[in-house]
Design a protein around this ligand. Structure first.
Ligand code: ZN
Length: 411
């Protein structure tokens, strides 16, 4: 007890419904025990009164674009669909500067940190227009924010690889410079198989995981996921491949979709549903009974697949909305994926905490003794209160350090 750095007193553990004291020491959770009403404490221990707060592992943002956030005011109009969103954004790129990218990125990172995010995976655009400017900026930000969150960088060829000569060389340079994952977008290149084959070979050579944008449409024929399942097995990458969107699968007839979902689970592929963007850009061709264009989340869960969610875009042509709060996306998912039970609340919270950490760090976060002390306290009295009210009053510890200073923390 004498050696604790912090004692968080009386916060609610939403899993058990019990209030607990949590001691932090050396960047780890040193003790968890039922709240003690009176406990003499050495004056050297900093305490935080957790009464009225619920405690979660630090939130994890699995899929977000920092470099094209907050571009809405520069757009000539509203995108009518995915292809136009890609074209409108590409047209803006030549006006980016490193300072501009960093300023807009910081706006997202500051928000995310205040919302409780301690782990974030960013998709960083690499193409002949930007070169490595966005990637170099992101590397600087990764260092700048190290005390608040772990930032992972995906080397992402948004404009394709093979119909943009020079992109492959830039991707390989980004990998050597410190990318954390190999990204891809087979639906925006001249040949999906060629694109995927190249990326899995790059992943094999570099030893990095793969994180793809995949099957982003409401067309049931767009099923590159089948190739990704085969490549994941071929390269022995089970557990180290993630796919974002995967909305085409939601338009596939049930029996076939179920077989593919079982294949995804068997191959250990993590699925990142991105409902804010998916709802906004899909279903645009339907004039009645409009498809939602969503990832079939319940089906994937039923088949045992790993499913998490991400914000993807914030206030740009792809998604004119967004706050950067993972819990906002969690609520949107719960509402649109018919996840309305108390068990569903815990599943959704897991999708932006423990499961998300498994998907992008390879290790589940948790609130248990010995775990890394990345914690997000939310002012709520139940798990449902966290997700349905999404209170803005949050207190965050990263590696056992309080992120930002709080008036009600004793020092
Ligand atoms: Zn994305």
């Amino acid at each position: 007890m004498e050696r604790l750095d912090w004692l968080i007193r009386g916060a609610l553990d939403p899993r058990s419904g019990e209030r607990v004291d949590i001691g932090l020491q050396g960047g780890r959770i040193a003790l968890i025990r039922p709240i003690a009403e009176t406990m003499p404490l050495p004056s050297s221990i900093r305490t935080f009164d957790g009464d009225g707060y619920a405690v979660l592992p630090g939130l994890a943002e699995t899929h977000i674009h920092l470099d094209k956030a907050f571009l809405s005011s520069r757009l000539p109009g509203v995108a009518a669909g995915l292809q136009q969103a890609i074209e409108m954004t590409a047209a803006l790129k030549s006006s980016y500067t490193a300072d501009d990218i960093k300023a807009r990125s910081r706006e997202v990172l500051n928000r995310a940190s205040a919302f409780g995010v301690t782990l974030l995976r960013a998709q960083v655009e690499i193409d002949p227009i930007l070169g490595l400017m966005s990637f170099e900026s992101a590397l600087e930000l990764k260092r700048e924010y190290v005390s608040a969150m772990d930032v992972q960088l995906v080397a992402f060829p948004q404009e394709g690889i093979f119909w943009q000569p020079g992109t492959a060389e830039l991707l390989e340079r980004a990998v050597r410079m410190g990318a954390d994952a190999v990204g891809g977008i087979p639906y925006n290149d001249r040949d999906s198989s060629e694109h995927l084959d190249y990326l899995f070979r790059l992943a094999e050579v570099s030893g990095l995981p793969v994180d793809l944008h995949l099957d982003f449409s409401d067309d049931p024929r767009q099923l590159a996921i089948q190739d990704v399942i085969a490549l994941t097995r071929k390269y022995g990458m089970q557990g180290r491949v993630a796919v974002g969107h995967l909305t085409s699968l939601g338009s596939v007839e049930l029996d076939a979709a179920r077989r593919i979902a079982a294949g995804i689970a068997e191959a250990g592929i993590h699925v990142f549903t991105l409902p804010a963007t998916d709802l906004y850009l899909n279903g645009r061709q339907d004039t009645c009974r409009v498809r939602r264009g969503l990832t079939p989340v319940r089906l994937l869960l039923e088949e045992g697949a790993s499913v998490c969610f991400g914000s993807n875009n914030i206030r740009n042509a792809f998604t004119p909305f967004g706050t950067g709060d993972p819990l906002d996306i969690g609520l949107l998912l719960a509402q649109t994926a018919y996840m309305g039970t108390s068990e569903d609340v815990m599943t959704v919270l897991g999708m932006c905490t423990t499961q998300a950490t498994l998907a992008i760090r390879g290790k589940k976060s948790d609130i248990l003794e010995g775990a890394t002390a990345d914690l997000a306290l939310v002012r709520a009295d139940s798990a449902a209160g966290i997700l349905y009210d999404r209170p803005r009053d949050r207190v965050v510890w990263k590696d056992g350090q309080l992120v930002g200073e709080r008036a009600n923390a004793s020092a």
